[in-house]
Design a protein around this ligand. Structure first.
Ligand SMILES: Nc1ncnc2c1ncn2[C@@H]1O[C@H](COP(=O)(O)OP(=O)(O)OP(=O)(O)O)[C@@H](O)[C@H]1O
Ligand SMILES: [K+]
Ligand SMILES: [Mg+2]
Length: 680
């Protein structure tokens, strides 16, 4: 997070993780992880045996052996807890610094009679109206209803350059905890106490609401079943050993069980998930769930809104172009008339340009007029004057239909003008007074830089990009080409965006949607991964399951890599963990039976110093492999853009064969050290 974004692990985080490793020994916490819970039960039993060696009947092993097994088991638990605590550490530290941002501020509530009342920001509720002056902290999330100001959002985004926010349109939402850097704004509060963006962000980075993903649940179940199978296998060894007249010590059975059950992956599983989410946050993306991040790893199609997502979204009027026969003053004036009550940034930029060209319209002239507000559905806005004049501006096809319905003729040169603007990537808005079309407003916007290269990367990963815009086909084609998306859908209404997503989903594809507007909200909710731009509306941010604080649509690329990495890391460490069993099996089984059954000598391929040394060496290896693998669990297995099949076979080879070979060497070395030091 922006606030003291911690790239490295500090001493504080490490110390806290050590303390938490002990706290997490609490059996109520531990039981959520069945594999490690079994280890904990074994730890308790060997602890008792350390004091009363013959607790379960006569024994041939000494107290020190039991104490050794107990201590190694205790460290196994602590190492696993440490991995999880370490993964949680950075998020907790970030949450602490965010909490400081959330300090109680003063809020100036606008009363019904227009007077102000000062209250504590913590008492603000949905619907309250507050006025914030230059230099003040915005007390709660809300929508600007009056004013235009530059806002310093660095407390949340880390970006020091202030952003312009204004009433109406897609840039009207403000976040509690950010600061007004110029002018003043009047804001309608949109959240109740405790539910603000900052509250949600704190809960997220802290992992407070972390839920296991379906993939994690499936793996946890599999590991629990494996543990149960090994438990049964080892219990049935007892009567068989009795029949063979072999004395099996309880502590040895526990050691064998712990070595065979998948403690490596069991101990690292939650750290892998938490660290993955943490990596997403380091990219300044807030992911509401791990499920969304994992889904991102499998995305096939990405749908993007144009204005505000692919472009900066500051569509500004730059020219009024009359159709043949209409005086320039008339189109300017009609555009002004259509926009005086339009509170969107587009509307205001039109009024400004008309004023600059010397046109003005006194407020008294349109008193009592009916305001037709812009909607993504009609793609028009305007005024119905009391004189009976109906003034409209909007998407050219919408205005054409509107004029035609009133019996108007479509001017011959309208298409040429529209095409010129659209081909330049601009948005043409036609202006009509009743049935007569006067001309076109040229709205200019800028494509965000660097998109082409990143969309090319997505293409290389096999992901299709589709731009979905309410704009006309020609403008869409120009912007699509400039941004480098694969396909585009033009003249799309909000329901068309949902339909586009559903169509892909019905073909069995996982779809990501990025958008910023209120009209994008339903589509953001429908998509498997909905990434909202932080610059966008509250509605978009609430519907999405991810928010990019830098408002960069290609940030999804990083999230996709992290999602893939998360799945690969889990798979690789599971393979490694299970492959480990082979070496441990060959270390322990001969050690247990060799005295009674010399025939087992053929299994004693590791040739370890003594039965006790063999068992303790395997158990020590089993414990220390957990902290040794923490770096891989935290950083993730390196993801390379290659086909899923090649990646899978590469990892099975590396982590499967590695998982067999490494413990043979490791256990042998530990055995030699133990023996060399005369410990066993
Ligand atoms: N204030 C306005 N008044 C009239 N018409 C407008 C106004 N703003 C936009 N339009 C027209 O309505 C169309 C749809 O606008 P909107 O911003 O809702 O599109 P969208 O679906 O979000 O697509 P995108 O954001 O990708 O351009 C625009 O392309 C434009 O032609
Ligand atoms: K194990
Ligand atoms: Mg939009």
């Amino acid at each position: 997070m922006a606030v003291e974004r911690k790239k490295t692990l500090t001493k504080d985080i490490l110390n806290q993780a050590i303390i938490d490793s002990f706290k997490k020994l609490n059996p109520w916490v531990m039981i959520k992880n069945p594999v490690m819970f079994v280890v904990e039960v074994g730890t308790v039993i060997t602890f008792l045996l350390s004091f009363v060696p013959d607790l379960f009947g006569a024994t041939e092993v000494g107290r020190s052996y039991n104490i050794a097994v107990f201590l190694i088991l205790l460290f196994t638990l602590l190492f696993a807890n440490f991995a999880e605590a370490l993964a949680e550490g950075r998020g907790k530290a970030q949450a602490d610094s965010l909490r400081k941002t959330k300090s109680d501020t003063m809020a100036r509530v606008v009363q019904k009679d227009g007077s102000y009342k000062e209250v504590s920001s913590t008492t603000l509720r949905k619907g309250d109206i507050v006025r914030i002056e230059i230099g003040e902290i915005i007390p709660s999330d809300g929508e600007i209803i009056e004013g235009l100001a530059s806002i310093d959002e660095s407390a949340i985004t880390g970006e020091s350059a202030p952003v312009i926010k204004e009433a109406g349109g897609d840039f009207s939402s403000v976040t509690g905890g950010t600061r007004v850097a110029s002018d003043y704004i009047v804001v309608k509060v949109t959240t109740d106490p405790g539910e603000s963006f900052l509250d949600r962000m704190i809960a997220l980075v802290e992992g407070a609401k972390r839920q296991k993903t379906p993939n994690e649940i499936a793996l946890t179940t599999l590991l629990a079943v494996l543990t149960l199978i090994f438990l049964i296998v080892i219990m049935t060894m007892v009567p068989m050993a009795q029949y063979l007249n072999v004395k099996l010590e309880i502590s040895t059975l526990i050691a064998l069980l712990v070595c065979l059950i998948p403690t490596t992956i069991g101990g690292l599983l939650s750290a892998i998930g938490i660290a993955g989410m943490d990596r997403v946050t380091q990219f300044n993306v807030l992911a509401m769930s791990g499920k969304a991040v994992e889904a991102a790893g499998d995305i096939d199609t990405m749908i993007l809104d144009k204005t505000g997502t692919i472009t900066f979204g500051n569509r500004m009027a730059s020219e009024f172009v009359p159709v043949n026969g209409v005086p320039a003053r008339d189109i300017t004036f009609a555009a002004l008339q259509a926009s005086v009550k339009d509170e969107t940034p587009e509307g205001r930029s039109i009024v400004e340009l008309a004023n600059k060209l010397g046109e003005s319209w006194p407020a008294g002239a349109y008193e009592g007029a009916e305001v037709v507000e812009f909607s993504a559905e009609t793609r028009m806005s305007g005024l119905n004057l009391t004189t009976g004049l109906q003034i409209r501006k909007g998407a050219v096809d919408a205005i054409k239909k509107y004029a035609a319905a009133l019996g108007g003729k479509i001017p011959a040169d309208l298409e040429t003008i529209t095409n010129r603007i659209a081909k330049a990537g601009g948005t043409p808005l036609a202006v009509a007074v009743n049935e007569r079309i006067y001309g076109v407003i040229y709205l200019k916007d800028t494509v965000k830089p660097g998109l082409k290269e990143r969309f090319a990367e997505l293409r290389a990963m096999g992901i299709k990009t589709v731009m979905c815009t309410g704009d006309n086909p020609l403008t869409a084609a120009t912007i699509a080409l400039e941004a480098g998306v694969d396909e585009f859908i033009a003249e799309a209404k909000p329901e068309d965006k949902i339909a586009a997503i559903k169509k892909e989903q019905q073909e069995g594809k996982l779809v990501a949607m990025t958008g910023d507007g209120t009209n994008d909200a339903p589509a953001l909710a429908q998509a498997d991964v909905g990434l909202a731009m932080n610059s966008g509306t509250m509605a978009a941010k609430e519907a999405a399951n991810m928010i990019d604080l830098d408002s960069d649509p290609t940030k999804l690329l990083s999230v996709i890599s992290i999602g893939k990495q998360l799945l690969i890391t889990r798979g690789a460490l599971t393979t490694f963990s299970i492959a480990n069993d082979i070496a441990k099996y060959f270390a322990i089984i001969p050690a247990m039976f060799i005295l009674a059954m010399p025939q087992l000598q053929s299994l004693n391929i590791m040739n370890l110093a003594s039965p006790e040394s063999a068992i303790l060496s395997a158990l020590i290896f089993n414990a220390i492999i957990i902290p040794l693998l923490i770096p891989i669990a935290m950083k993730g297995v390196k993801y390379r853009a290659m086909s899923a099949n090649r990646l899978l076979s590469r990892n099975v080879l590396l982590y499967g064969i590695g998982g067999v070979v490494v413990p043979f060497i490791g256990i042998k070395i530990i055995d030699m050290v133990l023996h060399g030091l005369n410990i066993v």
